[in-house]
Design a protein around this ligand. Structure first.
Ligand SMILES: [Zn+2]
Length: 247
């Protein structure tokens, strides 16, 4: 059974039964297959999200925007998100595949990420970081876990391999823009959940939904209430327009 879907108004139209979904973040690693000068780290990271939630099967994986059917692959996701692989395109793809998504810039990124992982068993996250300390490029990684005591984060890094471990200081450095032409804005992550917020006791009403004043798409922080205190801005998953936090 797949996750519930959201219409453009943010109403649940197909309530999910996520009790049947696996909740483990540990997942088979997906290396990025770059082609034609395009980096596919975003598609690889998103595939690991889908795989961890049991959504990559051909019987489940229909994208409501493109109407495509068939098993999700890195190549298919790459084509569907658009080759520029912007952060908001990852979130948009996830929403059209039945997940709930929020793009946020965190003001306290380490605590915010730890709170998200601890607070939501069905929570998955993709971070937009620099791949190495001397790089100005943008890169997407799938977050597997934080170690006991939260001293280390464990990433499935599509470029560097499974179980890449970074200390708090290392992650925060890579999550910070450096240099004049840096491709990351810093401290931005895509936070994803399998369950529609309306099904969850920790989130609530349609008051949680905001309409993007730029494109009209629903910005939906209601299912991510636990990490909102750690967020600085939200971004529209359809047009990337920055959004204020809900009151
Ligand atoms: Zn928008």
């Amino acid at each position: 059974m797949r996750a519930g879907r959201y219409s453009q108004t943010g109403k649940a139209t197909e309530p999910g039964n996520m009790q049947e979904q696996p909740k483990e973040r540990a997942v088979i690693f997906e290396p990025q297959h770059n082609a034609d000068g395009f980096r596919r780290c975003g598609a690889a990271a998103l595939l690991m999200v889908y795989r961890s939630l049991g959504m990559d099967d051909a019987s489940l994986a229909k994208n409501e925007k493109t109407g495509q059917n068939g098993a999700l692959s890195q190549e298919r996701i790459f084509e569907e998100i658009g080759r520029d692989t912007r952060t908001y395109r990852l979130a948009e793809h996830a929403i059209h595949s039945g997940l709930t998504a929020m793009i946020a810039r965190l003001c306290d990124p380490w605590e915010g990420l730890a709170t998200f992982l601890e607070g939501y068993l069905d929570g998955r996250s993709i971070l937009n970081i620099r791949p190495t300390f001397d790089s100005h490029r943008g890169h997407f990684v799938y977050v597997c876990a934080m170690s006991p005591g939260n001293h280390t984060v464990v990433l499935h890094d599509p470029q560097f391999g499974p179980d890449r471990r970074l200390s708090r200081a290392e992650l925060l450095e890579l999550w910070t823009p450096r240099g004049p032409h840096c491709e990351i804005r810093g401290r931005i992550g895509v936070f994803l959940r399998a369950s529609p917020p309306a099904d969850r006791p920790d989130s609530a009403s349609t008051d949680d939904f905001q309409r993007c004043d730029h494109c009209g798409m629903t910005v939906n922080p209601g299912g991510f209430r636990k990490i909102l205190p750690f967020c600085e801005y939200l971004f529209c998953p359809s047009c990337d327009h920055p959004h204020p936090l809900p009151p």
